[in-house]
Write a protein that binds this ligand. Structure first.
Ligand SMILES: [Zn+2]
Ligand SMILES: [Zn+2]
Length: 334
């Protein structure tokens, strides 16, 4: 099969590789679509301690083409999405149902071969049937599952006003789910006007361009701040600035992935005085079914977020395009 490999930091190559064979309780999926996300850029740069050579890609959908011994929950020919998260099941955190904090955590496309290939191997426990959903939409189930997990952590007060920094793919998925999750008003902030236009199309009540007057404009929209403020940028300066616009007894969600060494300044007095709640949200935890349901009932729309589909031979170019910030979601369709 053809596959795209990370061979060293900043080095990728597309070449032939043996097609995976399913062991007991495993399945092989012919990949139809696999999204590129920020994590793939991190792995490209050598973060997350990749073991080379590694096939990346963790936002996958495709068709089951082979099943191993003992697999009775899926059949060959079934259309599926793949949850990349692999939890050991026996560590302290797994035993407390905190799989995303598993001490032996593995990820398909992160620590073992993923979906930037014609075929991918997955445990049967990671396979989710998608019915008739188009594959290129189903490849969004993984990022939506992460957003569902974040929204679950937030417990949005009904009718809350929400402020979301970042209107990239994740910011625009967050916008839709925060609205669906009970917010009364959602305001999006981004540097780029075309992204903000899309945010308005997808349900933002108002948008503000991240420019000199942004703080004034946000105060005009809500003088006393917002009940919920969410970062979907992963930029430390933006995260620090979120505290300026959170309303008393408000919640802050750190969703974007910041550089591991980054720090920010927070006033502990403000957190105390304002009864603030600061929340993190890491990856996903058994939220695939919810993501699929939200897509199937139309609560979240992904088609406008899909910017580019490229064949696997053009993986290096696709990775560059996805990392440029100019395009929303770029997919490999092997
Ligand atoms: Zn991702
Ligand atoms: Zn574990």
């Amino acid at each position: 099969m053809k596959a795209a490999f990370y061979e060293a930091p900043y080095k990728v190559a597309v070449h032939e590789a043996p097609r995976p064979q399913p062991g007991p309780h495993e399945v092989v999926v012919r990949v139809a679509a696999c999204g590129i996300c920020g994590t793939d850029q991190h792995i490209f740069q050598g973060d997350f301690f990749p073991t080379y050579p590694l096939i990346g890609g963790h936002e996958m959908a495709g068709e089951v083409v082979a099943i191993g011994a003992g697999v009775d929950n899926v059949t060959e020919g079934e259309r599926v999405a793949v949850d990349p998260s692999i939890f050991c099941g026996y560590c302290f955190f797994c035993q407390r149902a905190q799989g995303n904090h598993c001490l032996h955590w593995n990820g398909i496309g992160v620590t073992r071969n993923g979906g930037f290939a014609e075929y991918v191997l997955a445990p049967r426990a990671n396979i989710y049937p998608i019915g008739a959903m188009p594959y290129e939409q189903a490849a969004f189930i993984e990022p939506i599952s992460c957003v569902v997990y974040g929204v679950k952590r937030l417990r949005i007060p009904v009718g809350a006003n929400a402020l979301i920094y970042g209107a990239g793919t994740i910011g625009l998925l967050m916008l839709q789910l925060v609205k669906h999750g009970g917010a009364g008003q959602v305001v999006s902030v981004d540097l780029k006007e075309d992204k903000l236009a899309l945010a308005r199309r997808l349900g933002a009540s108002a948008t503000v361009r991240a420019a000199e007057k942004a703080d004034d404009e946000l105060r005009q929209l809500s003088e006393l701040g917002f009940d919920v403020v969410i970062d979907c940028t992963g930029v430390p300066g933006v995260v620090e600035h979120m505290f300026t616009h959170v309303r008393d007894e408000g919640k802050l969600l750190f969703f974007g992935v910041n550089p591991t060494e980054a720090t920010i300044k927070v006033s502990p007095y403000d957190v105390y005085k304002k009864d603030l709640e600061i929340l993190g949200s890491f990856a996903l935890r058994y939220t695939f079914h919810q993501a699929i349901a939200l897509m199937q009932n139309g609560s979240v729309t992904v088609q406008p977020l899909l910017a580019e589909r490229l064949p696997i031979e053009r993986f290096p170019e696709a990775l560059r395009l996805a990392g440029s910030g100019d395009a929303l979601k770029v997919q490999i369709q092997p």
